[in-house]
Design a protein around this ligand. Structure first.
Ligand code: TRP
Length: 343
């Protein structure tokens, strides 16, 4: 049985972009493949403070992060769906250390995300954890023999590192210890994202909608009041072309609105594009999308409020037992191979 695995970081308030680009695709994959694959959706909470955060909020954010999965429609009670915290499965940290010794300083230094974050002037403390981030991520994946890893574009380089480390390790010890995850091209096909899904910033639509963007108007947060979100859509940056068309290069703002409208209503993008083809009122389109977003948020927030902490804790207790079993089996195998345990 194959494993589909992904982790979503929770130390910032998730945006509509995260919801449409990460949560929703994963939940659809879970519905599509849950009968014959394990669906591991975990919270990489040890990754949360590779850059400085407010630690007094972290515990709450993790519990809320799990509620977000469930409110988004993940059936957490399905037998093959596993929700767990990275920090509660110590094998992640232990395998990370072992893999550190099979990862070269050079390849870790080439990671774009590390280069960007370590040179960001807002980041006043560049930790070894930030440097080591992709190796822990490799451990997250390889412990479970996961093959499909739904990810955002900015994470593909980390996936490539996980593949390279797995291949190197298997080759060195002449055994198929780790399943080598699918290539980037295969992952994209699996996620049905050949057309490149990326929800854009509302104020600078050439860029992606980012939860770390300090300009609150650039993003819809999942905890925005519906009226507030609706205002943000109404003031979204568009263009001066004057006709509604899907054209990410020349009309990224309008295209972004069409994309949001399609995804939120679970309609094929082509249908939404045809509905609006040739129309000229950007105001009408914005009102329609604003309305869709406001309805969606009201609904989502109601579902979220209905999930109590006890439900989450019960799911975690069960699934973390499972995750520890699977992960420890792999860790022990690795420990035998590298000589830490009797062969
Ligand atoms: N680095 C991922 C992100 O920021 C989160 C993550 C951590 C992850 N470990 C993972 C995703 C393992 C997939 C698999 O989006």
């Amino acid at each position: 049985m194959q494993t589909i695995l992904t982790g979503v970081r929770v130390n910032e308030e998730p945006t509509l972009g995260n919801f449409l680009g990460a949560y929703l695709p994963m939940i659809r994959l879970a519905a599509e493949h849950g009968a014959d694959s394990h669906i591991n959706m975990f919270i990489p909470d040890l990754h949360s403070f590779t850059t400085p955060i407010d630690h007094s909020k972290l515990y709450r954010q993790v519990i809320n992060g799990i509620k977000y999965y469930i409110a988004a429609g993940l059936d957490a009670t399905a037998p093959n769906v596993h929700i767990y915290r990275q920090s509660r499965v110590p094998a992640h940290s232990e395998l990370c250390w072992i893999l550190d010794c099979f990862t070269s300083f050079g390849e870790a230094s080439r990671m774009t995300q590390f280069k960007e974050k370590s040179s960001d002037s807002n980041n006043t403390f560049v930790s070894v954890g930030l440097f080591n981030y992709p190796v822990l991520m490799a451990a997250d994946i390889l412990l479970y023999d996961a093959y499909h890893i739904p990810l955002g574009e900015d994470q593909f380089q980390h996936l490539e590192l996980a593949r390279n480390v797995a291949i190197r390790f298997n080759h060195k010890f002449q055994q198929d210890v780790f399943t080598v995850p699918a290539s980037e091209a295969e992952q994209i096909k699996f996620m049905h994202l050949e057309n490149g899904l990326r929800i854009r910033s509302l104020t600078e639509p050439q860029k992606k909608m980012s939860k770390s963007n300090p300009n609150d108007k650039s993003k819809i947060n999942l905890n925005d009041r519906p009226e507030e979100a609706s205002k943000k859509i109404m003031s979204a940056t568009t263009d001066s072309v004057g006709t509604i068309r899907f054209d990410m290069i020349n009309q990224p703002g309008i295209s972004n609105l069409l994309q949001i409208e399609a995804l939120i209503n679970n309609r094929p993008l082509q249908d939404v594009i045809s509905d609006w083809a040739g129309q000229t009122s950007y105001g009408d389109l914005k009102r329609k999308v604003a309305d869709s977003v406001a309805h969606f948020l009201a609904d989502f927030q109601e579902r979220l409020a209905d999930i109590d902490d006890a439900t989450v804790e019960q799911i975690l207790a069960q699934d973390e037992t499972y995750a520890n079993e699977v992960a420890n089996r792999k860790l022990h195998q690795v420990q035998r191979i590298v000589g830490l345990r009797k062969a």
